[in-house]
Write a protein that binds this ligand. Structure first.
Ligand SMILES: [Cu+2]
Length: 171
């Protein structure tokens, strides 16, 4: 396929980048994976599969541990598989319904592990996913921290371990 055959749409470049990421990370198959950025330990980024036609997905982290002496904050994220990524916090509202609200940041105090797990307080909402996320997929996501800067991590798509946390949520 000649370069001229590519449409002007950015999708082919995104797919090529994904393909490279897949080649890099499929060996070996590990039960978990983690990333480091300065004093931050980012443990097992994952996302739940999305049903066909779903516009939004959700990504999680088993945890982020700040091993440094200074506080940091997770202030944003982006990924080629979605138009935008928002930090959402779950809370029970006055009607006793669990709702998600967008927040600006997640505080990462020193010597604390903050969890962003399925069914927990925080998740990363993937707004307008470009294709369904399927079990076994991998995709890159860049996390942005106020102090430590940026780190690209690989997100594993897998079914939630705790089916009880799989109830649909409202925004
Ligand atoms: Cu949400």
């Amino acid at each position: 396929m000649s370069p001229n055959a590519w449409p002007s749409h950015p999708r082919p470049r995104t797919l090529a980048r994904l393909a490279v990421a897949l080649l890099v990370t499929f060996t070996p198959m590990l039960a978990a994976h983690d990333f480091r950025l300065g004093p931050l330990r980012i443990d097992h980024p994952y996302a739940t599969p999305t049903p066909p036609g779903a516009t939004n997905g959700a990504a999680y982290l088993r945890g982020i541990r700040n091993t440094g002496a200074e506080p940091d904050r997770l202030i944003g994220a982006s990924t080629p598989v979605a138009r935008a990524v928002e930090i959402h916090r779950s809370a029970v509202d006055a009607d006793n319904v669990m709702r998600m609200r967008r927040v600006d940041a997640i505080e990462l105090p020193p010597n604390v592990e903050v969890r962003l797990r399925h069914g927990g307080e925080y998740h990363l909402m993937l707004i307008d996913v470009k294709q369904p996320l399927k079990n076994g997929d991998r995709f890159p996501m860049t996390l942005r921290f106020e102090r430590a800067g940026e780190r690209e991590v690989m997100v594993w798509v897998q079914p939630p371990r705790d089916a009880a946390g799989a109830s649909p949520h409202k925004h």
